[in-house]
Design a protein around this ligand. Structure first.
Ligand code: HEM
Length: 465
């Protein structure tokens, strides 16, 4: 039997320090030094293996879900999302929730959300100051939260939506900063539960509103006609004709709110950072917006998620005996981490990897399902991928249509880790030089299934194109 993959002999405390203070450089060095599979260990995880090669990522994404478990790898999100969350479950239970949720996120359904997305973009644009500096990221967070609350939750603007927004951000923000999640994990080990208690109280306040909303919605006379995801989940039945329980519903709703807004907002902030600093792309994008060339706008969104992936990697835990990968043996309990950030930066996969070149996605042989992986893959691929790509299309188009933005300096944004996301350090600071009235509204095509980067599989493996 082959042994474990190679890796540094550095003490765990030193590896932990590298991960905390310079993860990107450290991981890139590990890749150069040890090759496509590297075994590492930190204070938080004594044994994990990073994967830097698409062929091996393919094996990981296609492995039987009971052998490589994503739910277990996501356990740290449990306190916020709840233990019935689709992100936290594995095996049959995961597939049941995923099947119930999938129809609401089908590519064809996206058109229903277009107006909501464009109106949220208009509200943001109308609130930005003219001729003075501001950061785009907080505005994008507001915008994507608005969209999720209306498209997923079906809660109209008003005091109820405001209250839910407030309570949600109060729950998420303390754990979303650089060290927040760490404190939640570390402090209880040191006997200090204050952060956990505070978090639990905030979670209780969110739950109170959500359970109340579930009760009201079950009684809503127009439930069958409603287009929001919440209402569709209430009506969904599994193969035994069973609906979701209130607890399952609560956990999936919070999961969608948390997984769906910060990520998309960060993707949008990075997209504008790249667009505004690459004049040739900006010019081409202005043409695309004017001519209704959605394919180019989509390529811009995909390339932004390539060059600045929002989530740097995904996890799978080995169960059911050792797992063979790339000629090595990974023992039971090992966490495998396909590195989105390193694979997206490989010059042999993406020539000129630091350049922002949307054209890569318009060529005859665009990056495949295991090389362009901002949404992970296999039976765990992001459920909201087409939702996020569609939202990015609508918002990028609207902002380009209505504004003239400029970056405030020539220095590109630094990448900073915040919770599980990689954000622009100063939030993409810009100045708006011109704002055009909302006026005539442009139409967008729905994302055709064939245009999606990958079909979202309910079972089995991802289909590559
Ligand atoms: C640019 C925006 C987004 C990015 C970069 C992103 C990224 C990801 C990644 C990397 C995963 C883990 C996949 C894996 O383990 O293989 C994931 C899972 C998931 N995402 Fe997203 N996501 C985004 C937007 C959204 C949106 C808008 C929603 C919903 C409204 C959403 C809902 C989910 C759900 C439910 C899962 C769990 C899927 C499962 O375990 O079966 N995400 N996402």
């Amino acid at each position: 039997m082959a042994g474990p993959p190679p890796g540094p002999r550095l003490p765990r405390v030193v590896q932990t320090a590298f991960f905390l203070f310079g993860p990107r450089r450290f991981i890139a060095r590990m890749h150069r030094r040890y090759g496509p599979l590297v075994q590492l260990g930190t204070a938080f995880d004594s044994n994990f293996v990073m994967v830097f090669d698409p062929a091996l990522v393919k094996e990981v994404f296609r492995a039987p879900p009971d052998r490589l478990r994503a739910g277990e790898a996501n356990a740290v999100l449990g306190p916020a999302l709840g233990m019935r969350s689709v992100l936290l479950l594995d095996g049959e239970e995961h597939l049941r929730q995923r099947r119930l949720m999938l129809p609401s996120f089908h590519g064809q359904r996206m058109r229903a959300y277009e107006d909501v997305m464009r109106e949220a973009a208009d509200r943001a644009v109308d609130s930005w100051p003219l001729e003075s500096e501001f950061a785009l990221l907080p505005w994008m967070q507001q915008l994507t939260l608005d969209v999720i609350l209306r498209a997923v939750f079906g809660v109209e603007a008003g005091p109820r939506q405001d209250e839910l927004k407030l309570r949600l951000r109060q729950m998420i923000e303390p754990v979303a900063n650089r060290f927040g999640l760490l404190m939640m994990v570390l402090m209880p080990r040191l006997g200090n539960n204050r952060a956990v208690r505070q978090f639990e109280e905030r979670r209780r306040l969110v739950d109170e509103l959500i359970y109340d909303e579930i009760a009201r919605r079950r009684d809503a006379p127009d439930l069958e006609e409603r287009e929001d995801v919440f209402s569709m989940l209430l009506l969904a039945r599994d193969e035994n004709g069973q609906p979701m329980t209130d607890e399952e519903l609560r956990d999936q709703l919070v999961t969608l709110l948390v997984a769906g807004h910060e990520t998309t907002a960060t993707g949008l902030a990075w997209a504008f950072d790249r667009i505004l600093r690459t004049p040739s792309v900006r010019t081409e994008l202005e043409r695309a917006v004017e001519e209704g060339d959605d394919q180019y706008i989509d390529a811009v969104a995909k390339e932004a998620l390539r060059v600045r992936p929002v989530i740097p990697g995904v996890g799978r835990v080995v169960r059911g005996g050792p797992f063979e990968l790339g000629g090595y043996t990974l023992r039971e309990g090992t966490e495998i981490n396909p590195s989105i950030a390193v694979i997206h930066a490989r010059g042999d996969m993406f020539p000129g990897p630091r350049d922002f070149r949307p054209e890569r996605f318009l060529e005859d042989d665009p990056p495949d399902t295991y090389t362009w992986i901002p949404f992970g893959g296999g039976t765990r691929r992001c459920l909201g991928a087409s939702f996020a790509l569609f939202e990015m299309r609508v918002v990028i188009r609207r902002v380009i249509e209505r504004t003239r933005l400029e970056p405030v300096s020539d220095t590109a944004e630094h990448v900073e880790r915040r919770g599980i996301t990689m954000v622009p350090k100063t939030g993409t600071r810009v100045v708006m030089r011109e704002r055009r009235p909302a006026g005539a509204q442009s139409e967008t095509r729905n994302l055709a299934e064939s245009e999606l980067p990958v079909r979202v599989p309910s079972t089995g493996t991802a289909t590559s194109r």
